[in-house]
Design a protein around this ligand. Structure first.
Ligand code: PLP
Length: 385
């Protein structure tokens, strides 16, 4: 059975993870080493230095490439370090079209780090081809998709955007953090590169920060490897180990995340304190049909707007007990947050500002009845106050 023929679940556990040839260890060992002995100048068994490569990190890269259907993966110390490496392959004067509800940290990186360096960026509604065409410039080199987006859960048709971008000679990147390769493989829909914050669902246990880039484009992969090595935003061996351990259970965790999130979204949609729910699995979601085509499931993230606006949202996020008030997402435990004041505070006052009444849930894999009870009690309490 070759890796290509095996199911996602099998590849997640075995791709890049053959028993250690030296000892038979079933788990890929954590290779705590900064350098490697050479038998003579220029002759080394694996790599010359651990910034260049590390066997634990290598196993993770082989596995992530396989799961995304890519030939090359490069892992980083964080999702933003991965994004930084990708943007360094552009040049001053180049232009990027970015989703107008992209992750706040991505927008901050583009505008406040790469802006002064000379990179131009235009936020656009990527659900509309005419908006992409209107934002287009001769210098446009990259279109930055995030689907589902954080925190508004907008669904973008990857194939449709890729068609527009490729016709004009630009590349397409998809931030696949919310969906994970279990639910969506953007390269198969025409994307040129996938970016991940592996901190979230891929790691899955809220115990490690990491990022990854995956591509089939050999020339881009070479550029990314060079930046990886020359700039050095690499993950440590323990980070790679924890992330790889998370990957093994990605499929079963995502199934439960999807199931629990669908139940929570339905409850929210019928609660009088809630004005609107954003969950791609609801038939009322404007991207529901595209998500049904493009994704294997709708994910574990749910956002909703409180009728009582910012005040009600702020009180709600402090009133739950099973849902922990915290930033981040994608771990086994349920989290609740107020994007306007927390994860997306950096885009306040910009055209990416999120509604004040918006609440974002990362629905975990606890018992779904406990999650629904917790939220219902907190919503009742806020709406009665
Ligand atoms: C968290 C996140 C990032 C940034 O990743 P870090 O690992 O925190 O650096 C990028 N994109 C999305 C969609 C995220 O949720």
């Amino acid at each position: 059975m070759t890796a290509e023929e095996a199911s996602f679940e099998t590849r997640a556990i075995h791709a890049g993870q053959a028993p250690d040839p030296a000892t038979g260890a079933v788990n890929v060992p954590v290779y705590f080493t900064s350098t490697y002995a050479q038998s003579e100048v220029g002759v080394f068994p694996f790599a010359d230095y651990a910034r260049v490569d590390n066997p634990t990190r290598h196993a993770l890269e082989v596995c992530l490439a396989d799961l995304e259907g890519g030939a090359y993966a490069v892992t980083f110390a964080s999702g933003l370090a991965a994004e930084d490496a990708l943007l360094r392959t552009l040049a001053p004067g180049d232009h990027v079209i970015v989703a107008n509800d992209v992750y706040g940290g991505t927008y901050r990186l583009l505008t406040r780090v790469f802006g002064p360096w000379g990179l131009e960026c235009t936020p656009a509604n990527l659900t509309r081809t005419d908006a992409i065409e209107a934002a287009w410039r001769d210098e446009t080199k990259l279109v930055w998709i995030e689907t589902p987006s954080n925190p508004l859960l907008t669904i973008v048709d990857i194939a449709a955007v890729a068609e527009v971008a490729h016709a004009r000679g630009a590349r397409v990147v998809v931030d696949n953090t919310f969906a994970t390769p279990y639910l969506q493989t953007p390269l198969a829909h025409g994307a040129d590169v996938v970016v991940h914050s592996t901190t979230k669902y891929i790691g899955g246990h809220s115990d490690v920060i990491g990022g990854a880039l995956v591509t089939n484009d050999e020339q881009l992969a070479e550029q990314l490897r060079f930046v990886h090595y020359a700039v050095g935003g690499v993950p440590g061996p323990m980070d790679a180990y924890l992330t790889l351990r998370g990957v093994k259970t990605l499929a079963v965790r995502m199934d439960r995340h999807c199931e629990n999130a669908a139940a929570v979204a339905e409850m929210l949609a019928s609660h009088p304190a809630v004005a609107s729910v954003r969950y791609p699995g609801l038939a009322s979601h404007p991207g529901h049909d595209i998500a049904t085509r493009q994704m294997r499931g709708f994910g574990g993230m749910v956002s909703f707007e409180m009728r009582g606006g910012k005040d009600a949202a702020t009180r709600l996020v402090a009133s739950t007990e099973v849902f922990t008030l915290a930033e981040s997402l994608g771990g086994v435990e349920s989290l609740i947050e107020h994007p306007g004041a927390m994860t997306h505070a950096s885009v306040a006052g910009s055209e990416l500002e999120v509604p004040g009444g918006l609440v974002r849930l990362s629905v975990g894999i606890e018992g779904v009845a406990d999650l629904i009870d917790d939220l219902t009690r907190a919503l009742d309490q806020v709406s009665q106050a």
